[in-house]
Design a protein around this ligand. Structure first.
Ligand code: NDP
Ligand code: 2IT
Length: 453
């Protein structure tokens, strides 16, 4: 672990003490703190106003009961969360995650990351995150609908176009946003389009929002490659996951001339030497809501399916140029990073939130691998959510081409902001440092202007 600066160590110690057991939140906070020592010593006004202490304490945390009735008539109870972390730059903005592993520490780590990510986009959005320990796997549409209705029956009083604007994350896609929006509209008797993003195209959604996170992460990787005069053309790529982010990362890699040779889900890995068949994968995952094993079944001899496998170990036996972790937190550890380095990896861009462990980040950095941290590389999703809010506010809808062009400009802007900030601190190419400092200073300066609130 990198030593923390003496100025920030006591503040970090207090974060540990105030948030016991929330290990993912500790990890996310530490990663940001590692970058901030020099900023705090260079700009004493941040320490004088206790900005760091305040930024680690969410403005509001809501935890609620979500009762619902399953298809067998049994009452089920889940726990709902919304952590409204920071509204210095705009309404709280960030997704909802439905996954059985969700607890307060998950939502706080995601909310904390979101604050800096949203700041990096340069758009007027604060940071928040929510979700539930509800497991949508194996549940009927009717069960998912009843769960979403119950969840919104509590959440509606805390959100709003100018207050807090949730969206999707793991386990929350177009279907869930539809049920949530329907219930919000019904309870409030308001057609408040911009209260949620990721909506369907026919009822206030934005073109490109579905593709935005995966496209954006790939564009970020492409920008990093360009700094070394390189591109995706002919590159061999691994994309972990096979959900929303992974699918559209795969699509963009293919558009840019790369070949995706492997992807995964929580139960297995596919190694596809001839390249992943995206149309088949989308049919299986998006339409049939199936498993990766179903994809492998239809693909036959063309793919090698490894139940329970580790996608990064593919790099032990074949060359991998680019890795795009797009599944979940801490899915890529130090040994995986070493395998990727041995396999020749040039660039890693995080489509997921905090997928690389601190050990993995160290291995990549020491090996000189281009490394784009999630808060920069996966910001295209939330940025396009902000574009959706913009369209809703002006009662307009933009073409796919126009929206995609805006996304590309935003991703290039984020890359530039991170690179310039890293240069300014004499660490050229250190995107982790650049992202943390550029995101932090934008939020911190607004907080300074507002006084002690
Ligand atoms: P999805 O639910 O669409 O897909 C998640 C994928 O990751 C699935 O393939 C899933 O496999 C796999 N996965 C999830 N949890 C685990 C786990 N514990 N272990 C192994 N595999 C797992 O979610 P998204 O694609 O939307 O999100 C993926 C990542 O991207 C998350 O980290 C999310 O926070 C981040 N992100 C998402 C954005 C968005 O716009 N959606 C924006 C920015 C970041 P299985 O189906 O088997 O569970
Ligand atoms: O982690 C993320 O940035 C998201 N899940 C997207 C949030 C959003 O509001 O679009």
């Amino acid at each position: 672990m990198t030593q923390l600066d003496a100025l920030v160590q006591p503040i970090f110690d207090a974060v540990l003490q105030r948030n016991p057991g929330e290990v993912e939140f500790h990890q996310a906070a530490r990663e940001v703190f590692e970058s901030l020592g020099r900023v705090i010593s260079k700009h004493p006004q941040y320490a004088e106003a206790s900005i760091l202490e305040r930024i680690c304490e969410p403005e509001r945390q809501i935890i609620f009961r979500v009762p619902w009735v399953d298809d067998d008539g049994r009452v089920q109870i889940n726990r709902g969360f919304r952590v409204e972390f920071n509204s210095a730059l705009g309404p709280y903005k960030g997704g909802l995650r439905f996954h059985p592993s969700v607890y307060l520490g998950t939502i706080k780590f995601l909310g904390f990351e979101q604050v800096f990510k949203n700041a990096l986009t340069g758009m007027p959005i604060g940071g928040g995150k929510g979700g539930s320990d509800f497991d949508p796997k194996g549940r009927s549409d009717a069960e998912v609908m009843r769960f979403c209705q119950s969840f919104m029956t509590e959440l509606y009083r805390h959100i709003g176009e100018y207050t807090d604007v949730p969206a999707g994350d793991i386990g929350v896609g177009g279907r869930e946003i539809g049920y949530l929006f329907g219930q919000y509209k019904r309870i409030t008797n308001r057609y408040e389009s911009a209260v949620l993003t990721g909506k369907g195209i026919g009822w206030g959604g934005s073109l490109v929002r579905t593709e935005a996170t995966g496209y954006g992460a790939t564009i970020f990787a492409d920008e990093m490659l360009k700094t070394r005069g390189d591109s995706f053309d002919g590159k061999r790529v691994l994309v972990s996951g096979s959900g929303n982010v992974a699918l559209y990362a795969i699509q963009k890699v293919q558009q840019l001339g790369g070949k995706v040779v492997g992807c995964s889900d929580s139960t297995g890995v596919v190694y596809d030497e001839t390249g992943v068949d995206l149309e088949l994968l989308r049919q299986v995952k998006e339409i049939d809501r199936g498993r990766l094993s179903d994809y492998a079944h239809y693909r036959g001899a063309a793919s090698d399916y490894r139940p329970g496998g580790n996608i990064w170990s593919i790099a032990e036996s074949t060359r991998v140029d680019v890795a795009l972790p797009c599944a979940t937190q801490n899915e890529l550890d130090g040994a995986d990073a070493a395998a990727l380095v041995a396999g020749g990896v040039l660039a890693v861009a995080e489509g997921a939130n905090m997928p690389s462990t601190p050990d993995a980040v160290r291995v990549f950095t020491e090996a000189g691998v281009l490394f784009g941290p999630g808060k920069a590389a996966n910001a295209g999703g939330v940025a396009t959510s902000a574009l959706e809010m913009q369209q809703n506010a002006s009662r307009d809808s933009w073409s796919f081409e126009h929206t995609e062009q805006r996304l590309e400009e935003i991703m290039r802007g984020i890359h530039e902001r991170c690179a310039e900030t890293a240069d300014e601190y004499d660490e050229p190419g250190n995107y982790v440092l650049g992202a943390n400092i550029a995101g932090f200073t934008r939020v911190a300066d607004a907080m300074l202007a507002f006084g002690v609130i």
